[in-house]
Design a protein around this ligand. Structure first.
Ligand SMILES: [Zn+2]
Ligand SMILES: [Zn+2]
Length: 141
């Protein structure tokens, strides 16, 4: 949608080149931000970012890590579920934090991503410790 003859809502001297896809405000080139392919005004971009849902992938990784932590005491010499969950938590949590820092991820998901990465690290550490203790124990018997 390209309005003709309309001026930017924030710069009355500059003619608008686009309208915000959400609120319909006239925007000049400087005021236009892109969400995907659609032009959007700055307040709406901020709003959309705030309303965006936290990443589903991170939620799954977080759940995996809780399960992995709970599984550790009943796993055998190789705590595979805990290792896999820990690795997924660290990788996905860090990736989501980077996306949020770039403004691509949901701001609300920041804490969740942090917890996921931290829990993933904890799981990796515990799994490594678990294996060390078990294998060390094996050597002695
Ligand atoms: Zn808008
Ligand atoms: Zn403008």
């Amino acid at each position: 949608m390209t309005p003709t003859g309309a001026a930017c809502a924030h710069h009355p001297d500059v003619s608008a080149v686009a309208t915000c896809m959400r609120c319909g405000t006239f925007l000049c080139g400087d005021c236009t931000e892109l969400v995907g392919e659609s032009p959007c005004c700055a307040p709406c971009v901020a709003l959309l970012r705030k309303e965006a849902r936290p990443s589903r992938v991170v939620q799954v990784a977080l759940a995996l890590n809780v399960v992995g932590l709970a599984c550790l005491p009943c796993s055998l010499a190789l705590p595979l579920p805990t290792l896999v969950a820990g690795l997924a938590g660290v990788v996905l949590g860090m990736r989501e934090l980077r996306r949020i820092a770039r403004g691509e991820g949901a701001e609300r998901g920041r804490n969740q991503a942090r917890v996921t990465a931290a829990l993933g690290g904890l799981n990796l550490g515990l799994a490594a410790g678990w294996m060390t203790v078990l294998w060390f124990g094996d050597f002695r018997t």
